[in-house]
Design a protein. Structure first.
Length: 330
């Protein structure tokens, strides 16, 4: 199999580091670009080249990538907190659109023939029906989702005008861990690591709203194992190599409520988890569950780690082995 040269932006982060890990395992040359604002240098695989740069600095980005050539760019660097996006929308449009355009221009200069974009289920907003197909209406309910949707539209123009084929992967909820890489965010907003922290430390988990129109009143989300998610990026690059581009949902097609996640975590950890009901967060839809039939059919992608307890157990094992996350051990 031919080896690719792949630039992974945000490759010091949770998803990006696992994508870089999988690329290297498959024999490809991965270069990670990250500003380390939220990522961790120690999360970057040792076999990957590393560039510290900020996409918002167009001049600095051009200088950092001067003379470099890539077959593909995988773009995972973004501001991604829904609540923050509603308080500071300018940051989200500046980072996710302005920085993204700088990267697109750099990708064209570097001779990339394909661009894989980390998009989001937040592009759909509050869906009319679930599971959600790619042709469902896109009406984001938060600035984060709007920034992802607008960048998808920009990608379509670069494909048309610059012959840069793209795959936009609309993630649902990434979760779980590999043996070496897991979630370590500050602040931590994702449910599963928050629940596991509560199980480990005896602290309390906030449930943001218990009055949604769902069976138990809490939000329902579709969780996908981080390795399955990383695998989809490789499948997308193979498709781009064959001239196939487009938008693809990535999820398991089954949803779990917040209370169901907490119950599963109690089962995995053997610990009781204390909870407290808090007000709803603005922009949170009641249910987001993917139809990934298009990704399965077109990309040949088949997630194999769909059991919620398996996902939680992998995260629990990583946190047990890395109690300080990526912080240096003393």
């Amino acid at each position: 199999m031919k080896s690719w040269r792949v630039l992974v932006t945000g490759g010091a982060g949770y998803i990006g580091s696992v994508v870089a890990e999988r690329l290297i395992q498959e024999g490809h040359a991965a270069t990670v670009l990250d500003n380390l604002e939220r990522g961790h240098r120690s999360a970057v695989p040792a076999q990957a080249a590393f560039i510290e740069a900020d996409l918002r600095d167009g001049v600095g980005l051009r200088r950092a990538l001067d003379g470099m050539r890539f077959d593909f760019v995988v773009h995972l660097a973004a501001a991604s907190l829904v609540g923050e996006s509603m308080e500071n929308p300018g940051k989200y449009f500046g980072n996710n659109l302005g920085g993204g355009v700088h990267l697109l221009d750099a990708a064209v200069t570097a001779g990339a023939r394909g661009f894989v974009f980390s998009s989001s289920a937040a592009t759909y907003g509050d869906p009319e029906s679930v599971p959600i197909r790619e042709d469902a209406p896109t009406i984001p309910t938060n600035a984060y989702g709007e920034s992802k949707l607008l960048f998808e539209r920009i990608l379509a123009w670069y494909s048309r005008l610059k012959s840069l084929r793209y795959a936009s992967l609309r993630y649902f909820n990434a979760a779980g861990a590999t043996e070496e890489r897991g979630e370590d965010h500050e602040p931590e907003t994702h449910l599963i690591p928050r629940v596991l922290e509560a199980a480990r430390e005896g602290s309390e988990v906030e449930i943001f709203g218990d009055d949604y129109p769902t069976p138990d009143g809490t939000c329902i989300r579709d969780y996908i194992h981080i390795v399955d998610l990383a695998e989809a990026h490789l499948k997308a690059m193979h498709a781009l190599d064959r001239g196939i581009e487009g938008i693809f949902n990535l999820g398991n097609g089954s949803g779990y409520s917040v209370k169901e996640v907490i119950s599963a975590a109690e089962e995995v950890t053997g610990n009781k988890i204390r909870t407290r009901i808090a007000p709803r967060r603005p922009g949170d839809p009641p249910a987001l569950v993917a139809s990934s039939e298009k990704a399965r059919t077109v990309l040949g992608w088949n997630p194999v780690r769909g059991d919620l307890r398996e996902i939680i157990a992998s995260a629990w094992a990583w946190h047990a082995a890395h109690p300080r996350g990526y912080a240096p051990r003393h």
